[in-house]
Design a protein around this ligand. Structure first.
Ligand code: ZN
Length: 254
């Protein structure tokens, strides 16, 4: 456990949990839950704590969805699967990444590209403490079997957003009008001086051009709330969020 504070925002049956530099999402249907992403390796206990704070138990989680297999999104999942086995689903193109047959992640040699950014040295210190260098993999990873609503609590619909990684997927929670965007579209990051909808800074994106094109799918999603992989909740039309990110028309963070 990182002992970082949990910030929980509820929209209908969906919760955005922010903890240190990581976000994850819980979706409720009756007494059952789907977990989307799970933070860094040391966030496993924080994920469990967030489940308890919304009045549920780890055993209520019936499925885990992964936006993409970066260590700050799957580390905590790998940890909790050692205590509670459930299906772990993702875009078929992300499965080999999650099994670490290859790794599309900012390599240590590129970290100096970030260090000139305000906030980056502190971020690096924090994420190493959260287990960023421990690595993570999900040998249980399975690809979706269809492109429609998944048979998981919340009847969640995958939204292909390839680019940040080759198999990145966002997720639409239809009942809540919410899209969990992972790192395809974020609203803040410790290494960014911008606030509001934005791309992650360049070294984090595997394919920057595809990351841009993928936003067409977020723009078209029937949602008016964005729960990003980093940063706070955004409320408003997805078309506006995507336009802001593309134009870089975001206000400077105070
Ligand atoms: Zn990422």
């Amino acid at each position: 456990m990182t002992n970082a504070d949990l910030s929980i925002t509820q929209i209908e049956n969906t919760y955005l949990i922010r903890c240190g530099h990581a976000n994850w999402v819980l979706v409720e249907e009756g007494s059952e839950l789907t977990l989307i992403d799970g933070g860094y390796p040391h966030n496993g206990a924080d994920v469990e704590r967030s489940i308890e704070q919304i009045g549920r138990r780890l055993e209520d989680v019936r499925a885990v969805l992964v936006t993409h297999a970066h260590v700050d999104h799957i580390g905590g999942i790998a940890n909790i699967l050692t205590r509670h086995q459930v299906p772990v689903l993702m875009d078929p193109l992300e499965v080999a990444h999650a099994k670490r047959e290859y790794l599309h992640q900012l390599s240590p040699v590129k970290v100096p590209l970030l260090l000139w950014r305000r906030g980056a040295p502190r971020w690096l210190f924090d994420v190493i403490r959260a287990g960023a260098l421990d690595g993570a993999e999900l040998p249980q990873a399975q690809g979706f079997t269809d492109g429609a609503a998944l048979d998981v609590p919340g009847r969640i619909v995958p939204v292909p957003t390839h680019g940040h990684t080759d198999g990145h997927s966002a997720y639409l929670i239809p009942n809540a009008g919410v899209i969990a965007s992972g790192d395809a579209l974020v609203t803040g990051h410790a290494t960014s001086s911008l606030a509001g909808p934005q791309f992650l800074v360049c070294p984090f994106n595997h394919d920057r051009a595809a990351t841009d094109t993928a936003l067409d799918n977020i723009s078209a999603a029937p949602a008016d709330v964005l729960l990003p992989g980093h940063g706070p909740v955004y409320r408003g039309p997805m078309t506006t969020a995507v336009e802001q990110a593309r134009a870089g028309r975001t206000s400077m963070r105070p």
